[in-house]
Structure formats: structure tokens, C-alpha cells
Design a protein around this ligand. Structure first.
Ligand SMILES: Cc1cc2nc3c(=O)[nH]c(=O)nc-3n(C[C@H](O)[C@H](O)[C@H](O)COP(=O)(O)OP(=O)(O)OC[C@H]3O[C@@H](n4cnc5c(N)ncnc54)[C@H](O)[C@@H]3O)c2cc1C
Length: 260
């Protein structure tokens, strides 16, 4: 018999705060034997270099595309988006829910490293949906539900550790026990992601998943990414506009992102 889940023994879960940190990005050094330099030595310069290399267009005869910003604007305008794939940015996301992690990792042009609950078993922080947190009654019900789920998870973990410690024939490694028990954990538990993508993939993801029909937590995370991307590469991302909805949340959109 399993011990009955005890909410008293389960600490009230701490609420995780979202953190979106830009931790890596592209640096550009032009070929030394080329009599051409970009105004940018990051991903924006690399994209311009890649675009110009297609036509050996090292002269800056056209005023509209003479600057790095003008050149990149033209690439996006005409849909020459493959050049944007040369530059990439990496974020470290913490304080996001496992439910959100499952959604983000469906996007196939990104590379991910996610916190492993098989190895890190003591994750106790939760991410509460904004629509729940705003209502005291819903907040209380949500907290109680998370505590119950966590109590059931701990109870199952303990029972499995005891069961397989005493039965050599059926002995399971500790990480396999954790893997089985974690299936009882809620999607509200915190996870962390290291997420890398090229500029084209970031534009496509933000354009489609920071829109008003998308999940609020997803929008919040992607708009924070967007703000940092605009700071990093304004010539690539500054066409996105962030606007507020009546519920206080935000959406991002660009007239230039269709089915890119
Ligand atoms: C409103 C909504 C509801 C959803 N509901 C469900 C659901 O009920 N069940 C479920 O499983 N998922 C669901 N999803 C997730 C969805 O099916 C996708 O897995 C997720 O949104 C990733 O989208 P994507 O494949 O377009 O994007 P990405 O993987 O980011 O790819 C970006 C783009 O690259 C191109 N591309 C990528 N891979 C290929 C390929 N193999 N072949 C051709 N083109 C490619 C496509 O143009 C694609 O749009 C839902 C998503 C949304 C937005």
C-alpha cells in the first residue's frame, strides 16, 4: 500500500519568476582579403556579407542599401530570408512552466537543452497562469491542486524507492524511479531551457506565437526575447510592434511576417 499523499508534509510551492537572458549571439569578422567592411561586427554584419557575397556587390552604389540597416531592410522586404539564417541568438529561460517547455520544443528550427527531472528531482517552484493568479479563489484552488499533485509525486517516489531497494531482481536505477514518478507532476512545475535559433527562425516564431491567439505565458516569454533581439539586431527585428491588450498582456506583430 502506498502512503496516503500528505499535503501537510509537502511545502507550499514557491512561485518562480520569469527570467529571459540573452546569453550568446553571432560575432562577425569579414574576410581579411576583402576591401569591404560592414558597419556591424555582429550577426547583422554577417547577414549583409552573406547577401552581398551572392552578387559580389561590395560597392555601395544604391543609397537605399548603402547602410547595414538599409541592406537588411531590403533583404526582409524582398523575402531573401535565407541570409538571416547565418546569424543566431541563444537565450537562457528560467521560470517557465513545463507546459510551455512542451510547446516551445515543438518548433523544429531551434536547438534546446531542458532541465532534466530525472537528474534534478527537487524542483519545487511553480509557474502560475496570470488568469489564475489574478483571482484569489482560483489562486487558492490552483495552489491546492499543485500541492496535492506534488504530494502524490513524493509519495510515489518514496514508495518506489522502498520497493526497488528491497527487491534485487526488480531493482531499478534511481533515475528510472524518478522518471516513473515524475509522470504525476503537474505541467505548472518550473523548467529551464537553453534555446538557440537563427534570426529567421526567431522572426517566424515571434510572428506566429506572440500573436493575440497564442497562450499568454508563451507570448510573455517571446515578447521578452523580442525586446532583447531588437536591442541586439535592430535592423532585423525592429519592424515588430508590441501592443497591449485590454487584459494587460502584450502581443507582438509585424506586417512583414506572413508564412515565412
Ligand atoms: C493554436 C494551436 C493549436 C495547436 N494544437 C495542437 C494539438 O492539438 N496537438 C499537437 O500535437 N500540436 C498542436 N499544436 C502545435 C503545432 O501542431 C506545431 O507542432 C507547433 O505549433 C509548431 O509549428 P510549426 O510546425 O508550424 O513550426 P516549426 O516547427 O517552428 O516550423 C516553422 C515552419 O517551418 C516549416 N517546416 C518545419 N518543418 C517542416 C517540415 N517537416 N516540412 C515542411 N515544412 C516544415 C513550416 O513552414 C513551419 O511552419 C498547436 C499549435 C497552435 C498554434
Amino acid at each position: 500500500m502506498l502512503a496516503a499523499p500528505s499535503r501537510k508534509e509537502t511545502p507550499v510551492p514557491e512561485v518562480a519568476r520569469l527570467s529571459v537572458e540573452l546569453v550568446a549571439w553571432t560575432e562577425f569578422r569579414p574576410p581579411t582579403d576583402l576591401p569591404w567592411r560592414s558597419q556591424s561586427n555582429d550577426g547583422q554584419g554577417l547577414i549583409e556579407f552573406a547577401g552581398r557575397s551572392c552578387y559580389r556587390a561590395w560597392e555601395r552604389n544604391n543609397p537605399a542599401t548603402a547602410t547595414n540597416a538599409g541592406y537588411l531592410d531590403h533583404l526582409v522586404e524582398v523575402g531573401h530570408l535565407a541570409a538571416l539564417e547565418h546569424a543566431s541568438a541563444t537565450f537562457y529561460l528560467t521560470g517557465i512552466s513545463r507546459a510551455l517547455g512542451a510547446e516551445l520544443t515543438r518548433h523544429r528550427h531551434f536547438s534546446f537543452s531542458e532541465l532534466s527531472p530525472r537528474y534534478v528531482a527537487d524542483v519545487a517552484r511553480i509557474v502560475e497562469p496570470a488568469a489564475v493568479a489574478a483571482d484569489p479563489e482560483l489562486h487558492a484552488a490552483f495552489t491546492a491542486g499543485v500541492e496535492e499533485a506534488e504530494a502524490a509525486h513524493r509519495s510515489m517516489l518514496q514508495a518506489m524507492l522502498e520497493r526497488y531497494a528491497t527487491s534485487e531482481a526488480a531493482g531499478l536505477p534511481r533515475k528510472a524511479v524518478r522518471q516513473a514518478a515524475r509522470t504525476l507532476q503537474p505541467g505548472a512545475l518550473e523548467t529551464t531551457l537553453v534555446m538557440t535559433g537563427n534570426y529567421r527562425a526567431w522572426r517566424q516564431l515571434i510572428g506566429t506565437r506572440a500573436a493575440d491567439h497564442a497562450d499568454r505565458e508563451l507570448r510573455t516569454v517571446l515578447i521578452e526575447c523580442l525586446r532583447r533581439l531588437i536591442g541586439l539586431a535592430p535592423a532585423v527585428f525592429a519592424d515588430f510592434a508590441v501592443t497591449a491588450l485590454p487584459d494587460g498582456s502584450e502581443v507582438a506583430s509585424s506586417l512583414r511576417v506572413g508564412d515565412q
